[in-house]
Design a protein around this ligand. Structure first.
Ligand code: G4P
Length: 547
């Protein structure tokens, strides 16, 4: 299944004269790039499958399932290795829908949760948040939404599993508003739930979509009721309909109507109710993406804003996947295109090293194959093979020296020290850690008063991966031991003298990261708060930007 063909099929033949920019602006307009954020088990995999069904990527569904079944396996590295072919193939999925080219970026599930997850969110223009209607807002959703908020990413909310006995919709909305601090604008509202789930009322269209269970349904098969047909439904299930009327009146009375501007600012989220497994309510989410979610936006750099429809190519690396093919020691750098057009063989400049690179073999991942792509525009993701030249945050352009802002490092929540089994390998360990740190696999900190590097991660799996890769790629046999550190904060102060005083007074708790920035390592949350109170002029940052 080759989706670029489909895209072309869906495009009306353009008989007008070619645009001055070679059609870049037109291509950018039809791009939508998003990720699904959710807590494990809320239904992300299911929703992904159904979305792909609408895009015609039916074969994909099986792939997503296959990947998913692996998720419950142990987090043993070799297992991960085995599954990696599949998980990588589905880490970017492109499909066509209604003249849009949609890029869905996968965020890893619970067990392989890592900094990657966060950085993927810097490469999207919108996110779909899946909430389990029985469980409400859960821990991982809170974390991921915080990250979306750094860039005010617009969020579409899907409240899933209405075919079950779940919590009252008003209660779930209340929780989203109070915990996630985002206004909810319900677009659909459920009529009953569980065995009595009748469907949803569409508040903007004044119609009812009838629910009938069934796995593989396409959108045409959903029964839509209007006017007198709705009255008839009211006769059939008066109590569910009355409840729906009362509840929608209540929320609309509270001024919760959808406002595109507020959505685009990330302040308000349109809310849809449904049942992913029954492919119910999924089309509405897809419509919201197509109709409301932004096409690629201008991006800020150290010099100027880069518009997506500029003719010259720019892009940045947001994720590195190493050794995808055990037979080839290559790494794939996932790059988000920010402007211009990618074409095979084009020459670009690597901002950090100033060297020229030929983008001969960029790939995208369609269905379950790596496919060579013929062109890519802002919003698209290309995979660039390399042997370690590319790092997270790196920028490629057609000449201009630019650095994109906002590719973050997050304060690690887990810390380990590497203990060598063979003390003669200290040099290799240092080299390995430095390179893996540059690649973004983990974060490495050097304490000021001790030479043992501290390795920081957001997810446990990162340690396992690094332990394995140190052995495999650097011949270093090291064991990782947990260090008693609660969290790190990067510290800055506009007054250099004051910062020096702070550093002197806190030697034992400070370390430098790979770029030479100071980080404060706190044993406990209380310890961190005390330090912040004692040094009010010093700023403590939970994230720092690349470069
Ligand atoms: P995740 O990727 O967010 O972790 O969630 P996933 O889609 O795998 O869904 C988690 C579980 O919830 C799955 O059940 C899935 O079938 C179920 N589920 C998803 N959407 C719905 C829905 O709309 N209604 C109901 N009732 N269940 C839903 P499982 O038992 O873990 O897996 P499986 O045995 O069904 O494959």
């Amino acid at each position: 299944l080759h989706m670029t063909d489909q895209v072309n099929d869906n495009t009306a033949p353009d008989t007008s004269a070619p645009a001055a920019d070679g059609g870049v602006a037109r291509e950018v307009k039809r791009r939508r790039t998003f990720a699904i954020i959710s807590h494990p088990d809320a239904g992300k995999t299911t929703l992904t499958e159904k979305l792909l069904l609408f895009g015609g990527a039916i074969q994909m569904a099986g792939t997503v399932k296959a990947r998913k079944s692996g998720r419950h396996a142990t987090s043993d590295w070799l297992e991960i290795e085995k599954q990696r072919g599949i998980s990588v193939a589905s880490s970017v999925m492109q499909f066509a829908y209604d003249d849009c080219v949609i890029n869905l970026l996968d965020t890893p599930g619970h067990q392989d949760f890592s900094e990657d997850t966060y950085r993927v969110l810097t490469a999207v223009d919108a996110a779909v948040m899946v909430v389990d209607a029985a469980k409400g807002v859960e821990a991982q959703t809170i974390k991921l939404l915080e990250v979306c908020r750094l860039r005010n990413t617009p969020i579409i909310t899907f409240i899933n599993k209405m075919d079950r006995e779940v919590r009252e919709p008003l209660e779930v909305l209340d929780e989203i508003e109070s915990v996630l601090k985002i206004h909810c604008a319900p677009v659909t509202w459920p009529i009953g739930m569980g065995k009595r789930f009748q469907g949803v009322y569409h508040l903007l269209n004044d119609e009812v979509m009838r629910f009938t269970p069934g796995e593989e349904k396409a959108d045409q098969e959903v029964e839509v009721l209007k006017g007198a047909q709705i009255d008839k439904l009211t006769e059939q299930c008066p109590s569910e309909m009355q409840t729906m009327r009362d509840e929608t009146e209540l929320v609309m009375g509270a001024g919760a109507s959808f406002d595109l501007e507020e959505f685009l600012k990330g302040k308000q989220t349109p809310v849809f109710f449904g049942s992913g497994i029954n492919n119910f309510g999924v089309r509405e989410v897809l419509r919201a993406l197509v109709d409301w979610a932004p096409s690629p936006l201008p991006r800020e750099t150290d010099k100027r804003m880069v518009r997506p429809d500029e003719p010259a190519f720019t892009g940045f690396v947001f994720k590195i996947q190493a050794n995808m093919d055990p037979n080839h020691r290559d790494r794939i750098a996932f790059m988000r295109v920010c402007s211009g057009r990618y074409s095979p063989g084009m020459k670009v400049k690597h901002r950090r090293t100033g060297k020229e690179m030929k983008l001969a073999n960029a790939v995208t991942f369609m269905a379950n194959e790596r496919t060579r792509m013929d062109e890519a525009y802002a919003g698209d993701i290309i995979g660039v093979h390399n042997h370690g030249q590319l790092q997270i945050g790196d920028v490629l352009t057609e000449g201009e020296a630019l650095t994109f802002k906002g590719i973050p490092y997050f304060a690690p929540e887990l810390f380990s020290r590497a203990r060598l089994r063979d003390p003669m390998k200290a040099k290799q360990l240092e080299k390995g850690l430095r390179q893996l740190g540059e690649e973004g696999a983990v974060q490495v900190f050097l304490p000021l008063v001790d030479n043992t590097p501290l390795i920081g991660a957001v997810g446990q799996l990162q340690f396992e991966v690094v332990e394995h890769r140190l052995k495999d790629e650097y011949g270093v046999d090291a064991v990782f031991e947990r260090a008693g550190i609660h969290t790190a904060r990067w510290v800055t102060c506009p007054d250099a003298n004051h910062l020096n005083e702070f550093v002197k007074a806190n030697q034992g708790r400070l370390a430098k990261d790979v770029d030479g920035n100071y980080a404060y390592l706190a044993d406990t949350g209380v310890n961190l708060r005390l330090a912040q109170e004692r040094w009010p002029k010093v700023q403590f940052h939970a994230t720092r930007e690349h470069g």
